[in-house]
Design a binder for this molecule. Structure first.
Ligand SMILES: *Cc1c(COP(=O)(O)O)cnc(C)c1O
Length: 501
């Protein structure tokens, strides 16, 4: 069963948690108990191909799904939709570490790893409940989630997806990816605001009970594809097992040996999934939490004081430009021994004052297993250049933040434990920044980002990601940009068939 981090909801099944997305009264669903695996059980999974491994792991969590349902969903999600047969291949760079490439899905970012599966779980979960006829998925996106959700949900019967992204806050390729999405049930809007504004707008719509009741009367229900939905987090646990096993098979680590994980972090979903894998018994050592210049998490894990009242920086790793890391709530709840009352007080303070402080003992407990650091724009760019020059391996701007923070970790601690770094996006998704980093020079303003992708492919002799080719030749199907205040009425319009995007 799943319980609320704020103790304000009765326990629900996995399918209910997935349908609801978040706790309607505020709060997030977490598993009441995390399944613990023996080393024997873990060893038994070493050779499983990705879809079978996903099935095995998910069965521990999806309590009210049948094994057949889980198999169907995982086989479909990780069958033919990825551009790499290993789904999440690991590349080892001698003398540096390994990269877990999570970007071979249909939208070239790690969000596909979950979002190819979540809609299939959601469709099955909906059939279990007494639930609504039409489900509307609301997505606030800093770029990558949006497209991944649109691709995952498009043309799934009974589902609609509306995606809100910060206008001016995503890369050109990201914007084109979203605005060119086909499918009869997709809605895409630029919003005049930053990512936090989009996310807050969506959260407000979710927690407006009157509005939700009115939708329910019309047979509509809202849900979320953001990583606040357990159906997003849970599939991400799988690739940590897969990455670990790949390194065992490659003879890089022995079964049972600790492996550090480096995660370029935004909403704290990806790193939290690594924590769940660790709790289940996978021999993960430290979780290294990497932030860009929006270093609210680094400061928090250094001081115990979370303070969102600070300047918001637009960086070249936009999917990490976040000042409110939603999944931190889950981590705090787990680390403070499921003290929902304490959690409520933090979240209330965060909502009202924009800050909260945790006790020393809790901070210590967290930093015993998590190391946080941040990288500046210059440091991340230098890392792209260094890794390309030394290993002829291209990484994107987000992955670069992780790699740069890992350098700092090693410099500070001298720790030589084997490491795997999440490669969260294809470098071609952020070609302009990547090429500028390689050249150590600014691109002319008038060069189109898509031409730059071609240039990057040529100059590094690397193939562009297939999902990103031809982007500029697809028709723009969603051209609107809206005001923050209008998000709710747009949502209402979608349920009435009157909001074009
Ligand atoms: C979403 C995203 C992140 C941040 O992941 P979280 O789960 O939000 O911490 C990092 N890199 C890329 C490329 C992303 O799309």
């Amino acid at each position: 069963m799943y319980i609320s981090t704020r103790g304000n909801h009765k326990p629900v099944t996995a399918s209910q948690a997935i349908c609801l997305g978040m706790v309607p009264e505020g709060g997030l669903f977490v598993p009441e108990q995390i399944p613990g695996l023996s080393m024997e059980e873990i060893r038994g999974m070493v050779d499983l191909p990705y879809p079978a491994l996903a099935e095995t792991i998910l069965r521990y969590y999806l309590d009210d799904f049948s094994p057949e349902e889980i198999r169907e969903a995982t086989q479909a999600a990780y069958g033919t939709n990825f551009y790499h047969e290993d789904i999440a291949p690991v590349t080892v760079l001698e003398g540096l570490g390994a990269f877990l490439e999570l970007y071979h899905g249909p939208t070239a970012a790690f969000k596909d790893m979950a979002l190819q599966l979540t809609p299939r779980l959601l469709a099955k979960a909906m059939r279990k409940g007494e639930s609504a006829r039409e489900l509307l998925i609301l997505v606030a996106t800093s770029g990558d989630t949006g497209k991944a959700a649109l691709e995952g949900f498009k043309d799934v019967a009974g589902m609609h997806v509306a995606c809100f992204f910060p206008d001016q806050g995503v890369s050109r390729a990201q914007e084109l990816q979203m605005r060119t999405t086909d499918g009869k049930n997709t809605h895409v809007y630029g919003v005049n605001g930053n990512f936090d504004d989009c996310q807050n707008g969506v959260k407000e719509i979710f927690s407006d009970s009157g509005f939700n009741l009115a939708l329910a009367r019309k047979g509509w229900q809202l849900s979320s594809a953001n990583s606040i939905n357990w159906g997003r987090l849970c599939p991400q646990i799988v690739y940590y097992f897969y990455g670990y096993f790949s390194l065992v098979q490659a003879g890089r680590i022995a079964m049972g040996q600790p492996l550090h994980i480096v995660v370029p972090t935004g909403n704290f979903g990806n790193i939290l999934s690594a924590w769940y894998a660790r709790e289940m018994g996978l021999p993960i050592g430290k979780l290294i939490c990497a932030s860009n210049e929006n270093r609210v998490l680094t400061d928090f894990f250094t001081t115990g004081h979370y303070d969102r009242r600070r300047e918001f920086f637009k960086t070249s790793s936009p999917s990490m430009d976040i000042l409110i890391s939603s999944n931190l709530e889950r981590f705090l709840f787990e680390m403070n021994g499921h003290d929902a009352e304490l959690l409520r007080s933090y979240m209330q303070a965060l909502g009202e004052k924009g800050e909260f402080t945790v006790e020393r003992s809790l901070l210590k407990k967290m930093t015993d297993l998590l190391w946080a650091g941040s990288a500046s724009e210059e440091e991340a760019a230098a890392e792209i250049r260094r890794i390309y020059l030394q290993w002829h391996y291209l990484i994107d701007t987000h992955t670069a933040v992780g790699a740069a923070v890992y350098d700092k970790y090693k410099a500070v601690t001298g720790d030589e434990t084997p490491v795997v770094m999440d490669a969260t996006a294809s470098p071609f998704k952020f070609s302009k920044s990547v090429l500028e980093a390689l050249d150590d020079a600014e691109m002319p303003e008038d060069l189109d980002e898509l031409q730059i992708a071609d240039a990057l492919a040529v100059c590094t002799n690397t193939r562009n990601h297939p999902a990103l080719e031809d982007l500029d030749r697809r028709p723009l199907l969603h051209e609107r940009t809206i005001r923050m205040e209008d998000m709710q009425s747009i949502v209402e319009g979608i349920t009435e068939g009157t909001s074009a995007s």
